[in-house]
Every structure is written in C-alpha cells, then in structure tokens.
Ligand binder design. Structure first.
Ligand code: SF4
Length: 97
C-alpha cells in the first residue's frame, strides 16, 4: 500500500467512525420511553395508563401505532413516547374498521 493510499484509507476509516458514532446518537435519540402521566402534554390531554371507559382505550384508537400484541406502543399524539394499550386520553378517536 503506498503512502497516499494509506492516507486515503485512514481518512475513509475516520469518516466511517464518525458516521457510525453519529448513527448511534441518532438511534439513541429515537429510543422511546413510556409516557408518564406527569408529562405536561399527557396532563393536558388527561392521559391515563388505565382507561375507565368501557369501549375507549389506546388499543382501539386511530392514533395508536406499532404492532398489535404489544402492551406499550407509539402514539401519533405523543411523538417519541409509548402509551399503554389499556390507556386513554381526550384525543381518543375510534380506529376505523
Ligand atoms: Fe391513547 Fe390518546 Fe394516543 Fe389515542 S391519542 S392512542 S387514546 S394516548
């Protein structure tokens, strides 16, 4: 390997490491945490992790996201947070179908 090629290789490796590091930060930023009832938006929308309404809960709300079968799932109203499928908030709208 000539010295120029070695320099190019080292530069490329450094760029790759920076990309991997930034990618890791991006992945951590996307990590979702369970929505707390103390969250200001949750309070404003009266979110509770246990719905008291017989036919209305996060699990049948049109804003729930993610896969069926998980107890905690993303919600379009609370970006970056997970809501309980048994929960409820005042933004609830029945999921069509
Ligand atoms: Fe649950 Fe409210 Fe999100 Fe609907 S909008 S899934 S009721 S937290």
């Amino acid at each position: 390997m000539s010295s120029v090629n070695r320099r190019d290789f080292l530069r490329m490796t450094g760029t790759t490491l920076i990309g991997m590091t930034l990618g890791g930060v991006a992945l951590r930023t996307n990590a979702q945490e369970v929505l707390s009832a103390d969250d200001p938006t949750a309070k404003a929308l009266n979110y509770t992790a246990k719905s008291t309404k017989p036919d209305a809960k996060c699990g049948n709300c049109m804003y729930i996201q993610g896969s069926d079968g998980k107890q905690q799932r993303p919600c379009a109203i609370f970006p970056g947070k997970l809501v309980d499928v048994e929960g409820w908030c005042s933004a609830w709208v029945k999921r069509p179908g």
